[in-house]
Design a binder for this molecule. Structure first.
Ligand code: 5GP
Length: 112
């Protein structure tokens, strides 16, 4: 059964897409926790970061570079946070790997 994010990749459900290439997709979070809250996902369905394998190395690096590209396109002034929730206990609710990219407000540390 395909996850919500696979349905977004396949355009079965709508999303506000901000970036796409052959390997990744980025779209606005439906319940934003900051003025800028974008989800960056691989098109390959990896359930969670800890399921990634060594042959995903290039893909994982690619997602980081996409974050940098989006930050520069959106003029985020080099100020943003990337979060990956891994597993239900860490708050993961959609089991398709995703990077949360947040910006546009002060981001305190440590996060909750
Ligand atoms: P997680 O809790 O797994 O780390 O993050 C899942 C994120 O997906 C949440 O921030 C949630 O708001 C977002 N989300 C859930 N359903 C949808 C949806 O249908 N569309 C979009 N754009 N985001 C969603």
């Amino acid at each position: 059964m395909s996850t919500l994010f696979e349905k977004i990749i396949n355009r079965e459900i709508p999303a506000d897409i901000v970036y796409e290439d052959d390997f990744s997709l980025a779209f606005k979070d439906i319940n934003p926790q900051a003025p800028v809250h974008i989800l960056i996902i691989p098109k390959k369905p990896i359930e969670k970061l800890s399921d990634a394998q060594s042959d995903d190395k290039e893909l994982l690096g690619h997602l980081m570079l996409v974050a940098g590209k989006i930050a520069s396109e959106l003029n985020l002034d080099n100020t943003f946070r990337i979060v990956i929730n891994n597993g239900a206990g860490a708050g993961q609710s959609v089991f398709h790997l995703h990077l949360h990219m947040m910006s546009g407000r002060p981001l305190s540390w440590p996060p909750g």
